[in-house]
Design a protein around this ligand. Structure first.
Ligand code: SF4
Ligand code: SF4
Length: 96
């Protein structure tokens, strides 16, 4: 479980934009853009952590993640994206 914004930010900064995670994401083909895949979600989470108000699009992206964890297997940095998404949802819900 991620317990602080600093911890979450450090995790997001491990992303090297390689895109290896995208082909395995079940939601990406159904979204209008890459914000509905793991790489895009990381970028949205980064913005959210800086205190920016989430747009309806950001909320939609983060709540359509199934938390399936398929992306972790493909990520060279082993970023735990579901854990980040859960943290981001707690920000949106006002718990962090
Ligand atoms: S955990 Fe979320 S971002 Fe990762 S592959 Fe599953 S649906 Fe996509
Ligand atoms: S596989 Fe990992 S490092 Fe590469 S884009 Fe996806 S989240 Fe970022």
């Amino acid at each position: 479980m991620i317990s602080s914004a600093e911890e979450a930010l450090l995790e997001t900064e491990k992303c090297m934009y390689c895109g290896f995670c995208e082909p395995v994401c079940p939601t990406l083909p159904y979204g209008p853009h890459r914000g509905y895949g793991p790489r895009g979600r990381i970028q949205l989470i980064k913005i959210l952590i800086t205190g920016q108000e989430p747009s309806p699009e950001t909320i939609s992206s983060l709540y359509t993640c199934t938390l399936c964890a398929a992306c972790i297997e493909k990520c060279p940095a082993k970023i735990n994206i579901p854990r980040l998404v859960v943290y981001a949802r707690s920000i949106i819900a006002g718990q962090n």
